[in-house]
Write a protein that binds this ligand. Structure first.
Ligand SMILES: [Zn+2]
Length: 126
């Protein structure tokens, strides 16, 4: 049987590596203009050092304002949440006691515990 904990940590680490490879955050939307029913045009999404996604030549990127804000917010929030989940996963590991061979460190009487199983189901798409 595959080690569920190791598999979860590997998937979280792959997702964190993608975050770390992207332009450092925090990100914001720059040179946004127009507000027609929640849609805006944005020239650049990225950090305050001028790095990030940028429209070429004189064109802007158009779309719902909420989508641009989500992209900028996700640059900081997504890796932070991945680190929280990773720290949670690290709290669960197999222990052997005199009474049982496979018990989770969280004191659930099974390995992998229900918490790790729920996390694996929630993170299946990672
Ligand atoms: Zn556990």
């Amino acid at each position: 049987m595959t080690d569920l904990r190791a598999s979860l940590l590997a998937r979280l680490d792959r997702a964190l590596a993608i975050c770390e490879a992207a332009t450092p955050g925090p990100w914001a939307c720059y040179d946004a203009w127009g507000r027609d029913r929640g849609r805006v045009n944005v020239h650049r999404i990225g950090n305050d050092r001028g790095v990030g996604l940028q429209a070429t030549s004189c064109a802007d990127i158009g779309g719902p304002k909420a989508d641009f804000e989500f992209i900028a917010h996700a640059r900081t929030a997504y890796p932070a949440l991945l680190r929280i989940v990773r720290a949670e996963v690290e709290q669960h590991y197999r222990v052997q006691t005199n009474l049982r061979d496979n018990e989770c460190a969280c004191e659930e009487l099974e390995w992998p515990c229900r918490y790790l199983q729920d996390l694996a189901a929630a993170l299946e798409s990672l």
